[in-house]
Design a protein around this ligand. Sequence first.
Ligand code: ZN
Length: 243
Amino acid sequence: MRILVLSDIHANYEALQAVLNDAGPVDEVWCLGDVVGYGPDPNECIETLRNLPNLICLMGNHDVAVLGQMPLSVFNGEARHALMWQTRSLTTESMAFLRSLPKTALVRGEVTLVHGSPRDPIWEYILNTLTARINLDYFDTPFCFVGHSHFQGIFQLDQERNRISMIVPRPGESLPMTPRAIFNPGSVGQPRDRDPRAAYAIYDPEAHTWEPRRAPYDIAAVQKRIRELGLPEKHAARLAEGW
Ligand code: ZN
């Protein structure tokens, strides 16, 4: 069984298409939130996503923001600019899709799914072993999948030594999953781990394996769209280097 795990598409349709092509046939799709924000094509991303069979999709902080459910002032100027533009551009159908997304953790089999962290499903970033360690107390399943940080990585608990370590896996290598651990597939539309390729993962719940993957896509085409729409230059520039 193959489950496509993705997160932080951020309105980057080229990157989403590249991931779907690269992943090949899958049985389910688990999306960990932030479908919108930053990028030029929010409606196209939502349209594609909602037509995928067996989709689970969580709400991320940028999704909450375009719905007007929180003040945009908590975002920096450039992120706010993109969010304001997207709020104006989203169709009624896109808005309805975003509104339907759950804001709390979901449990599927041996996995807890959140956008940010189990302790704070929408907002908290798990970027270091200390935060990962604290969050182990906030979910009961052997594994947790998170997005939000845009880093493809794993926080692994060594049960014997009672230590948690951060692993940056090599893309394309299928890894056996050992309880307990927090997995991040990375970001489809705006990677921040210095690898500009679109990030995602394939999870096999029967074999208990996690395969982080990267898909190249036409970054220049997305940068062109961002510039044509007058969206912040920073959001175009960062795509080329993955920051
Ligand atoms: Zn994000």
